[in-house]
Design a protein around this ligand. Structure first.
Ligand SMILES: Nc1nc2c(ncn2[C@@H]2O[C@H](COP(=O)(O)OP(=O)(O)OP(=O)(O)O)[C@@H](O)[C@H]2O)c(=O)[nH]1
Length: 401
């Protein structure tokens, strides 16, 4: 019985194996059309190449654009409208110089340290006083102020007799402060007025200076200072020479919600300035800041353009402040620029930029002396709130470390 069962199982397995073999052989054979006598062998399918169709084209008729239905609305991508930039809340202006003191100290205190080291020498002979003089000159304080400072220090040290480091530091602090004239009014004039017809007028601040000194940046930063102090501002992009300058100013304005009036590239700067003031009056803004172009290297051209801007603005009311922007890193060159601008317009304040990038902080003294106008603002970095009202005490303290 067992033997019969075994034979039956072997027979069934054998039949299945033969059937399987037949099926697999049939699948591996080429289609009958290709197998006729003389039929060429087709090349094995090649790898698809760039530009090949993904699928074998069908004999279907091509459809025109009109035949193809648009995708259902819910399938389209929703493109968001660009959002209006978020209005920033700038840092209050008071005490900014104290916050930026470390930055000032980093760039300037080689001057203070150098002077204190020299003054602490056992013997203060002529050579040492000469070294003190050289240190002051290297920091761009200028010849006149240097001689004056050294003379006064020399006299006071002689009278004082004994000199402790504390006494010397106090002496130096006092004399440096003296050179900066702390009694000068350093407030940027941003108080508006009233016209003859009794209409409120915004204060108008013209920002002038050679391109590249940080003029546009300073105008933008000043807008932030004013907004931080609760004032409303309109910006005038009267630097029509470079389109990017107007864009740059507009971006600064948008960040604090201040409107920018601009004209076509190469347009008349005076007309942009006029429009900006008009906009300021209509919007009852507190301050209109006008950024001007300083590309002109010939004095006549500069005179024509700046003079015209000022005259045109004055048709609607007085200009409250003309701020000259100077780059502290340009040293004596900055003084030459200052002289040219002062001949063209009446400068009422100086904004000294890039003080973070130079050890020549003495330029503050030199430029004030040169123009008889106070340094009102100092730029201490590229950050939006790195413009500070100038405070002589904080400046000298940073110098002395
Ligand atoms: N480190 C440092 N960089 C500053 C300061 N102020 C301005 N800058 C940089 O100086 C460069 C020139 O500034 P702009 O404001 O474009 O100069 P501009 O005088 O208006 O020149 P135009 O835009 O060509 O009219 C920019 O890269 C500013 O970020 C500052 O206080 N410190």
């Amino acid at each position: 019985m067992d033997t019969i069962l075994l034979v039956v199982i072997i027979a069934v397995v054998a039949v299945l194996a033969v059937a399987g073999l037949l099926v697999s052989r049939r699948r591996g054979q080429a289609p009958p059309a290709d197998r006729g006598a003389g039929a060429t062998r087709t090349a094995p399918p090649a790898e698809p190449r760039v530009g090949d169709d993904a699928a074998t084209p069908t004999a279907e008729e091509r459809r025109t654009v009109e035949d193809v239905a648009l995708p259902a609305p819910e399938e389209t991508e929703v493109v968001e409208e660009p959002e209006a930039p978020e209005i920033e809340v700038p840092e209050p202006s008071a005490g900014r110089l104290v916050r930026l003191r470390a930055r000032l100290a980093r760039s300037q205190n080689s001057l203070g340290k150098g002077l204190l080291t020299l003054l602490s020498r056992e013997r203060l002979d002529d050579d040492t006083w000469e070294e003190i003089e050289d240190t002051l000159l290297t920091a761009d304080i200028g010849v006149g102020p240097t001689q004056e400072l050294v003379e006064r220090l020399r006299e006071r040290v002689r009278v004082l007799g004994t000199r402790t480091p504390e006494e010397l530091r106090a002496l130096l602090r006092e004399e440096l402060l003296n050179q900066l004239d702390p009694s000068l009014d350093r407030a940027v004039r941003t108080e508006g007025g009233v016209s003859d017809e009794g209409e409120e007028r915004p204060a108008v601040v013209m920002v002038v200076g050679v391109n590249g000194t940080g003029k546009t940046t300073t105008t933008g930063k000043l807008a932030r200072v004013l907004v931080a102090d609760g004032r409303s501002v309109v910006l005038g992009a009267a630097d029509t020479f470079r389109a990017a300058a107007a864009d740059q100013l507009q971006t600064w304005g948008q960040r604090v919600g201040a409107r920018t009036v601009r004209g076509p590239e190469g347009g008349d700067p005076a007309s942009v300035a006029f429009e900006a003031v008009r906009e300021g009056i209509e919007a009852t803004a507190d301050v209109v800041l006008v950024d001007t172009a300083g590309r002109l290297h010939t004095k006549t051209g500069l005179m024509d353009e700046l003079g015209k801007v000022k005259r045109v603005v004055e048709k609607q009311g007085p200009v409250s402040e003309v701020l000259l922007v100077l780059d502290a890193t340009t040293g004596q060159n900055g003084l030459v620029q200052a002289r040219v601008f002062a001949e063209v317009v009446e400068i009422t304040g100086i904004a000294l930029t890039k003080l973070d990038g130079t050890a020549k902080g003495g330029i503050v003294v030199a430029v004030q002396r040169e123009l008889g106008v106070p340094v009102k603002l100092v730029g201490l970095g590229e950050g939006p709130d790195d413009l500070a009202p100038f405070e002589p005490e904080a400046f000298v303290d940073a110098l002395l470390g």
